[in-house]
Design a binder for this molecule. Structure first.
Ligand SMILES: Cc1cc2nc3c(=O)[nH]c(=O)nc-3n(C[C@H](O)[C@H](O)[C@H](O)COP(=O)(O)OP(=O)(O)OC[C@H]3O[C@@H](n4cnc5c(N)ncnc54)[C@H](O)[C@@H]3O)c2cc1C
Length: 459
């Protein structure tokens, strides 16, 4: 039995984002003899730290330095370019490992569920974010940046990232790791106005204060708020006065600054509140969004937006739907479709009857839903690994073939996996190519390109 007979405990982790790496760290520091196999569907690691965090926020990508240290441990094996479900099944992972930790994030977007959502010109946030960040799934996406007005539905930090990329002077992005195709397209962009729209009020917007304030500092761009939207109801004033809401107090101060500033810059970024999208309208493509005016009801901190009879039509040529990410199910495993997560108790997967499924665990966005910053995943993964370690006496007692067994299975079916050493070659090539252009790296945006650097036949 792992732990009692000193056989190495072999754990597979699905996903190489923050939650996967923090789970690996917790396992490797547990004091037991452990071997970690990290399986990633892309040839490159780091999940949303590479393909979500905005290119103009390089400091926020620094956790990668920690992940790299973890990956260099002798007991850590990276198997990139391997999709769990398509290339390898859960059963095979269980056969080769004592336990499997799902850390596969939230790979798709929540739907608005309104007419016109799929009109050309209406895009989920993940598509635009993946495109400018060079994620291979999105390199072929196109966005009609000849349009002058874009609407972003949703009021969280991802909406702010999208707005910044749209309104920043392109010269301020040239020396970031933004994908080359995005830089070229943004250089020709005619976007003048970006409207960030939320269902609730300024006191409920989920922006963090630093990111919100940054919108007001963009060159040649005015941030605009209608002063009337800042007249808070009594309930909102209670929320704003709460000692815990320092972020909220700062946001309200920032909105007041935006409301009193000038709006004569070349580009403008508007914030609108109390508007619920009811329809994305247009004949062959997006021509506007129809919103119902809302009002808030309920207790402080639990206020819900309800539609009124008043409608507001906003003409626009592009819509970005930024209302949250949603997990993707894995064949044979339970899934909560409403929340986009895998049902669990203390990180242990549970079946529909509520019983823990032996040897299966979850962490990160696939466990909690798409909330929380990079650091939030650390405590989450530590807690999941604590559950795993406390289950040890009951886990499978047989020796397992681990990463070597999995690699052999993949080779037998002609599937080329990418090792961590090979990722370092991709990394080195990206950094070298980027340096020549004054960028921290020039990301490869196609899997074939990445595999070619590894000397692999493209599959
Ligand atoms: C646009 C955006 C910007 C953000 N910016 C910031 C920021 O600036 N600062 C901050 O602190 N936080 C930021 N966050 C939040 C942060 O990125 C998340 O908290 C964190 O990435 C979640 O980690 P995770 O490991 O659960 O998921 P992910 O980071 O998504 O990692 C999941 C990994 O699993 C892989 N995977 C999925 N399915 C499979 C499969 N079937 N087989 C194999 N591999 C699979 C994926 O390819 C991915 O690499 C941002 C999030 C988004 C969406």
């Amino acid at each position: 039995m792992p732990g009692s007979t000193e056989l190495p405990l072999k754990v597979a982790i699905i996903g190489s984002g923050p939650s996967g790496f923090y789970a690996a760290e917790a396992l490797l520091r547990s004091g037991r003899i452990v071997e970690v196999t990290m399986i990633e569907r892309l040839p490159v690691p780091y999940g949303l730290v590479r393909s979500g965090v905005a290119p103009d926020h390089p400091k926020l990508k620094q956790p990668i330095l920690v992940y790299d240290r973890i990956a260099r441990s002798a007991a850590f094996f990276f198997l990139g370019n391997v999709h769990v479900d398509r290339d390898i099944g859960m059963g095979e992972l269980m056969d080769t490992h004592h336990a499997v930790v799902l850390a596969c994030g939230a790979g798709t977007d929540r739907r608005l569920g309104i007419p016109g959502e799929k009109l050309p010109g209406s895009h989920p946030a993940s598509e635009f974010v993946g495109w400018y960040n060079g994620h291979p799934d999105y390199h072929a996406c196109t966005f009609d940046l000849a349009q002058e007005v874009a609407v972003i539905i949703g009021q969280g930090n991802v909406a702010l990232d999208i707005a910044r990329i749209l309104v920043k002077p392109v010269d301020h992005l040239r020396h970031t790791d933004i994908a080359a195709h995005a830089l070229d397209a943004l250089a020709k962009s005619r976007i003048r106005e970006v409207h960030i729209v939320g269902r609730r009020g300024p006191a409920q917007a989920k922006f963090t204060s630093q990111e919100l304030s940054e919108i007001g500092e963009i060159a040649q761009c005015s941030a605009v708020v209608h002063p009337g939207d800042l007249d808070l109801s009594e309930t909102c004033r209670i929320e704003a006065a709460d000692k815990m809401s320092r972020n909220l107090a700062k946001n309200l101060e920032t909105f007041r600054r935006f409301a009193s500033g000038s709006s004569d810059a070349h580009r403008r970024c508007y914030f609108h509140f109390f508007r619920n999208p009811r329809q994305i309208s247009g004949h062959r493509r997006v021509e506007g969004v129809r919103f119902a005016r809302t009002r808030l009801t309920g207790e402080p901190f639990r206020q819900a937006a309800v539609d009124t009879e008043e409608f507001i039509d906003m003409p626009c040529g592009l819509v970005f739907r930024s209302i949250g990410y949603h997990g993707v199910p894995i064949a044979g495993l339970p899934f909560d479709d409403a929340r986009g997560t895998i049902p669990h108790r203390d990180g242990r997967l549970i079946d529909p009857s509520g019983n823990a499924i032996r040897g299966l665990y979850a962490t990160g966005w696939i466990k909690r839903g798409a909330t929380g910053i990079i650091g939030t995943n650390r405590a989450d993964s530590v807690a999941t690994v604590a559950s795993l370690l406390s289950d040890l006496p009951g886990l499978d007692t047989m020796p397992k073939s681990g990463s070597a067994g999995l690699a052999a299975m993949l080779a037998a079916r002609g599937k080329r996996h990418v090792t961590y050493e090979e990722w370092l070659r991709i990394d080195e090539t990206e950094v070298r190519t980027g340096r020549a252009k004054g960028k921290p790296r020039e990301k490869m945006t196609r899997v074939q390109e990445m595999l070619a650097v590894c000397g692999a036949a493209c599959d």
